[in-house]
Design a protein around this ligand. Sequence first.
Ligand code: C2E
Ligand code: CA
Ligand code: CA
Ligand code: CA
Length: 278
Amino acid sequence: AKKYNRGELLWYSPAMSRASKQRLDLLHDLENAIKNEQLTVFYQPQINLATGYVIGVEALVRWPQPDGGFIPPDQFIPLAEQSGLIIELGTFVLETVCKQLNAWHKEGLDDLSMAVNVSMIQFNHPGLITQLANAIREYEIPAGLLEVEITESVAMQNPEAVIQTIEKLKKLGIKLAIDDFGTGFSSLAYLQKLNADRLKIDRAFVRNMALNNSDSSIAEMVINLGHKLGISVIAEGVEFPQQASILRTLGCDEAQGFMFAKPAPANSLTLWFKDTGR
Ligand code: C2E
Ligand code: CA
Ligand code: CA
Ligand code: CA
């Protein structure tokens, strides 16, 4: 019998492989998890490298399991993308994070920013802009404190459409970050056209920074490129003081990574903020 019809036809059949059966089960579970609001969002602080202060957080979705563990987003985001469920998932995430940002702002963290990951299907979805506009209005978010992250590869997918969507984002005052930067091959001219506010140096180039000169050269290049174009630069996946110190020397503006804080639920971050005064 036909079981799903979401962008793609999936059929149960005796010939169906174990893998696709598992995939279908996971999809079904995910659909229920979204419907029953079982997904949750963790937040990871972003630190200004010069001052050491937290300037914002990145929202990272989590799927809690009955055993107390989580299915990592890398395992369900692609599935959500392929099935179309990403739109509902994205709606949930956007609502959740705007509500949370509003709560933090009310608690006095009034210049804290929020970065939200938006995948390809979401970014190309015609409802995105309206949704963002509604969310910032409903939760009284200063538009400049909300940032949409798209990966460099999404940014390069369909240049004309992407640039149009970016222009609409910009009209609302929402910021744009290019995630996993350095892994694609955007040209200088295209990067300028994207009108991004921030580049995120991919974790891959931060990882071996201290050991591998060519990795720090890539980071250095991204930092200089960003700054020449008036774009700020954040490094992700910073785990060790040595990486932070190299990045600081290279003039990187911000950093994010286990060294500063792991992604955590909102309430534990609220306590952390109170403790550290950010
Ligand atoms: P990403 O946007 O590149 O997110 C960074 C990932 O690196 C996160 O993994 C984060 O937990 C992890 N990370 C942060 N600091 C460190 C570090 O110091 N060392 C290491 N090894 N890892 C670090 P996570 O949370 O598992 O997310 C994986 C990917 O799933 C994200 O990659 C993003 O592409 C996607 N994702 C997460 N949340 C959402 C969401 O709400 N919507 C969409 N569309 N995608 C999401
Ligand atoms: Ca990201
Ligand atoms: Ca990234
Ligand atoms: Ca990544």
